[in-house]
Design a protein around this ligand. Structure first.
Ligand code: IDP
Length: 151
């Protein structure tokens, strides 16, 4: 089983899309193992978006991500890192496939509602960046047998 990090960005919070997006994760069959609101510090954003530091739009990305608290979510599932990327859609919401979260609800590159880890390697760094171990839960999700059956 993999775990991946999801952030519902300030546009999702302001546009009342938090419930819709969490509902999509649940309906897909993903198991929620961590969930909280948090305000992102400048230092945390520099670390999280280190691949964007120096890009001209980085200051805007940072101030956008600090406009409201974000919803941090950790989900667990078989090969869930790639599955959540597919649910989110590509970075530029205008080009995101209809049916995806960005494709259904967004029109912007920057205000694209959701962050999700882009690989298992990244997820292994990002989950502990946003969640302490005591904020992540292990429990028996009785529907998992039906969600996956044998694979
Ligand atoms: P991702 O969120 O789809 O993984 P990244 O390239 O890691 O995409 O970029 C992180 C975030 O930075 C994007 O989700 C988006 O909010 C913002 N961003 C990326 N490229 C641009 C840009 O060209 N202009 C403005 N914002 C951008």
């Amino acid at each position: 089983m993999e775990r991946t990090l999801i952030l519902l960005k300030p546009d999702a919070v302001q546009r009342d899309l938090v419930g819709e997006i969490i509902s999509r994760l649940e309906r897909k069959g993903l198991k929620l193992v961590g969930l909280k609101l948090m305000s992102l510090s400048s230092e945390l954003l520099d670390e999280h978006y280190s691949h964007l530091v120096g890009r001209p739009f980085f200051p805007e990305v940072k101030s956008f991500m600090q406009r409201t608290p974000v919803v941090a979510i950790c989900v667990e599932g078989y090969k869930c890192v790639d599955a959540v990327r597919l649910l989110a859609g590509v970075t530029n919401s205008r080009e995101a496939t209809p049916g995806t979260i960005r494709g259904e609800f967004a029109m912007s590159v920057q205000a694209n509602l959701i962050h999700c880890s882009d690989s298992l390697e990244t997820a292994l760094v990002e989950v502990p960046r946003f969640f302490k171990s005591e904020e992540l839960f292990e429990y028996n999700d009785t529907l998992q047998d039906y969600v996956y059956n044998s694979s």
